[in-house]
Design a protein around this ligand. Structure first.
Ligand SMILES: [Zn+2]
Length: 113
């Protein structure tokens, strides 16, 4: 028989991410359940929303691409092509981000006195 103490033991636990004691169980099928504190649960939800939006954007483009190129033998290796495109875009993003950071962190010109 399951007691309320057993249920509390199942519902609450140490946060899997930051180890704070105020974790609450979080189900993420097909993955195993984990515990997240409020802060980590919010970060996880934001991360998931970003992933969902990216997938939606990519999915529409890939479906359009497949309608044109999908019937040509040897053209479709989506996993490989998307990994290559992802690596390329990530590299371009890193270069652009570091260029922007170096521009922002450049010392302010000294005031003319
Ligand atoms: Zn946490």
């Amino acid at each position: 028989m399951t007691t309320s103490r057993d249920i509390n033991t199942l519902l609450y636990g140490k946060c899997t991410s930051c180890l704070s004691p105020d974790g609450v169980i979080y189900h993420d099928p097909p993955y195993a359940s984990v515990y997240y504190c409020p802060k980590c649960a919010q970060r996880q939800a934001l991360y998931q929303a970003g992933q969902d939006q990216l997938e939606m954007l990519v999915r529409e483009g890939v479906q359009a691409w497949l309608s044109v190129w999908g019937a040509i033998p040897g053209m479709v290796d989506l996993g490989e092509q998307l990994r290559h495109i992802g690596d390329k875009l990530e590299e371009e993003f890193k270069v652009a981000s570091s260029a922007q950071e170096s521009t922002q962190s450049a010392p302010m010109p000294e005031a003319i006195s």
